[in-house]
Design a protein. Structure first.
Length: 351
């Protein structure tokens, strides 16, 4: 595994071709098994490492992503500092700068005296460059277990997308300087997008809230209100009209009685006038004729009043009966009381 150091020390010096040649050299040395390991490197970790190196020699458009997954699997199986060099390189290529910084730091510190001066200088320089050229971003997502998706749009080429998570408390990220668009995802829900202009050495923070909205309490339904005007002749409306008709009918009957009394009075007054005229020996009695006309007029008004009053009484009675009046509280909603007095007529009641 010492060949990993040989590979990384040459990676940035002579371009892509020499860099891949260094990868192949690292693979051959890793397979030889001549390296002294501070942490035993298992056969399974070695296979993952070799597979990662193989991906880097292909023209696969996703070779960095695939190599990154293999190097991470190798380090999870056997956490040797020697694997961190290659892991940091592919992490930097994917713009996972926070992971690359940690890997480079672990490689330099773990290598101690085993690294050559030039290799230590190269990795230390890369470590400083990433620390100074990236922004610190703290992300907090609720609920925990959310994934943070970061997308940076470079000036040329397709957008670079990285996923971080699942979250467990504040998530500390190192983002490459430039324009970023971040959002959170959890359980099929996605947050709004946060746009960030990451500055070298800058600091920023943001909270994403993906908790389901609290259910609203059910809206109170108003009590049903009886439609008092939809069916005249039934219910309360029918009773109101029924009582009104009864009241007006009673007034009509009262008026008929009043006019009938007036007719009888005019009749008696006419008879008295005739007797007076006879006592005086007058051949005619004009006063009797006037009283007779007044009596006739009063009888006509009395008949009309009795006719109208009787019709209203009959109508009111039918309305009250067919509206289901049964007394009690509802029957008391409307009540009319006609009254007749000396020279006065009227109606009183409540609705």
């Amino acid at each position: 595994m010492n060949a990993l150091r040989s590979r990384t020390s040459r990676r940035m010096m002579t371009g892509r071709n020499n860099w891949l040649a260094g990868v192949l050299g690292a693979l051959l040395a890793a397979v030889s098994g001549t390296a002294r390991a501070d942490v035993p490197i298992s056969e399974n970790a070695s296979r993952h490492f070799k597979e990662g190196v193989r991906y880097l020699t292909t023209k696969d458009s996703n070779r960095f992503e695939k190599a990154h997954a293999q190097f991470r699997a190798a380090y999870a199986d056997s956490p040797s500092w020697k694997i961190l060099g290659n892991l940091g390189i592919v992490a930097e290529a994917l713009e996972r700068d926070g992971e690359a910084i940690e890997a480079y730091r672990g490689y330099v510190e773990g290598g101690a005296k085993d690294l050559s001066a030039s290799e230590r200088e190269q990795f230390t320089s890369d470590l400083n460059r990433l620390e100074l050229g990236s922004a610190r971003v703290t992300i907090k997502a609720e609920p925990e277990g959310a994934w943070i998706i970061d997308e940076r749009a470079p000036e040329d080429g397709k957008p670079i997308v990285n996923r971080y998570g699942p979250s467990a408390g504040p998530l500390e990220l190192r983002l490459r300087a430039g324009q970023h668009r971040l959002h959170a995802e959890h359980d099929g829900r996605a947050s709004a997008t946060w746009e960030l202009d990451a500055l070298p050495g800058g600091d920023a923070s943001h909270d994403f809230d993906l908790r389901p909205a609290s259910p609203r309490p059910p809206a109170a339904h108003p009590e049903p209100v009886e439609d008092r005007g939809s069916n005249v002749g039934s219910g309360s409306a029918g009773r109101i009209f029924g009582y009104t008709a009864l009241g007006l009918g009673a007034v009509g009957a009262g008026l008929g009685t009043y006019f009938l009394v007036q007719a009888y009075e005019r009749q008696h007054e006419g008879d008295a006038a005739v007797r007076a005229c006879r006592a005086q020996g007058a051949p005619t009695c004009p006063a009797n004729g006037q009283k007779t006309k007044e009596e006739t007029h009063a009888r006509v008004l009395s008949g009309v009043s009795f006719g109208i009053g009787g019709g209203l009484l009959a109508t009111g009675f039918l309305l009250v009966v067919y509206s289901g009046s049964s007394g009690g509280e509802e029957a008391d909603e409307a009540a009319l009381q006609p009254w007749v007095g000396p020279g006065q007529l009227g109606v009183a009641g409540t609705f």
